[in-house]
Write a protein that binds this ligand. Structure first.
Ligand SMILES: NC(=O)c1ccc[n+]([C@@H]2O[C@H](COP(=O)([O-])OP(=O)(O)OC[C@H]3O[C@@H](n4cnc5c(N)ncnc54)[C@H](O)[C@@H]3O)[C@@H](O)[C@H]2O)c1
Length: 349
């Protein structure tokens, strides 16, 4: 099914960004009608061209700051929304340490405003982008949703924990909203068409964009931060999820909320594959999947990195009736195809 003029409209804040743009594709394919609001502070309007190429049509787009009450009110007034997926946030951990108030203002101000407008315009369902960063280094793996959250390592991480608490408290106080906070593990890859993908600005802090940029010759070598951890090969372990699987989880979250009879409810759900992969295994899988070798060296541990974290996915399977379908190799192949596409674009400019 694809969406039409009568499909339920979903406001997708940050819909021009990495996860948001892929979710827009999944929403349309599932029969929802996305309405994007993005200020393009960490994305380019070319993401909208990519969406047009994949979907064969335009998606409603408002270039606006989610903290701008007048602009957001006008969107709620104009569109008959039935739900909101709130991706819009700043996400650079290092920058959040240097400029914490910028992060608290943007990430939390936008959430508070949305909750207000949702109440005013009787928009009932909310999916919130949270992160496995709220767990820190859990004592037991795989990590379940019952695992206590640890104090955040950065203002960015704190905005996710506080964001969850804001929604929980609002729902407890009978704010008329049904909400799910999805705790993403490590999203990677791109749409298989390579029309949309991740645009890391500056030096990537995440492994996969670093691998693809190194493979493309944009960086001489990749540094693996530490090989003396208590893991199978000594390198850090993460749960890497294909961004299209993550996108589909949002569709399932909306469906689940729509089926819930309660006036107000709130829950948190891990969104991962349930498998932990070491850094060295990701590099090896990339090389096997693409036939391209990656120069790397082993460096010292990076301050703030947790040793290993991967998801217990039984709750997402049970509550959302969802599980991942893409392999690590597919995700890495798709990331590489996207890298080649944007590499070529840069070269042609
Ligand atoms: N990528 C990850 O590894 C990861 C992991 C866990 C959680 N998350 C969360 O998922 C969400 C999406 O992440 P992403 O990787 O797609 O990031 P992204 O930066 O690619 O996308 C976020 C989008 O929001 C927009 N935006 C930011 N502030 C805005 C504002 N005030 N008004 C309007 N638009 C605004 C940006 O321009 C960008 O297009 C974020 O909330 C992020 O914290 C991401």
């Amino acid at each position: 099914m694809t969406s039409s003029a009568h499909s339920p409209k979903i406001l997708v804040t940050g819909g021009a960004g990495f996860i948001g743009s892929h979710t827009v594709v999944s929403l349309v394919e599932a029969g929802f009608e996305p309405v994007i609001v993005d200020d393009l502070s960490n994305s380019l309007s070319s993401a909208l061209d990519g969406l047009r190429a994949i979907l064969g049509r335009d998606v409603a787009f408002y270039q606006a700051d989610c903290n701008d009450r007048e602009a957001m009110k006008a969107i709620f007034e104009q569109e008959q929304l039935t739900g909101v997926i709130h991706f819009a946030a700043y996400k650079a951990v290092g920058e959040s340490v240097a400029e914490p108030l910028k992060y608290y203002n943007n990430n939390l101000g936008s959430l508070l405003l949305l909750l207000d407008l949702m109440k005013e315009y009787k928009v009932r369902t909310l999916v919130f982008s949270s992160s496995c960063t709220v767990y820190g280094q859990p004592e037991h793996l795989p990590v379940t949703e019952e695992t206590p959250r640890l104090p955040a390592q950065s203002p960015y991480g704190n905005t996710k924990a506080i964001g969850e608490d804001i929604i929980r408290d609002a729902v407890r106080a009978q704010w008329p909203v049904k909400a799910l906070a999805l705790r993403y593990f490590n999203p990677i890859g791109a749409h298989p068409s390579a029309e949309i993908g991740e645009l890391p600005l500056g030096v990537p802090a995440n492994l996969v964009p670093f691998i693809t940029q190194t493979a493309a010759g944009m960086r001489p070598s990749l540094t693996v931060y530490g090989d003396d951890y208590n893991t199978p090969d000594g390198t850090c372990v993460r749960d890497y999820i294909h961004v299209m699987d993550l996108a589909d989880a949002h569709v399932q979250a909306l469906r689940q909320l729509n089926e819930t009879n309660a006036d107000a409810c709130y829950d948190v759900i891990n969104i991962g594959t349930g498998r932990g992969e070491t850094v060295l295994n990701v590099i090896k899988t990339f090389e096997e999947a693409t036939g391209v070798s990656v120069n790397y060296t082993i460096g010292p541990r990076r301050p703030g990195d947790v040793e290993q974290v991967y998801a217990d996915v039984s709750k997402s399977a049970r509550v959302l009736n969802w599980k991942t379908t893409h392999s690590l190799a597919e995700a890495l192949r798709d990331a590489w195809r996207w890298q080649q596409k944007i590499g070529a674009k840069v070269a042609s400019e």
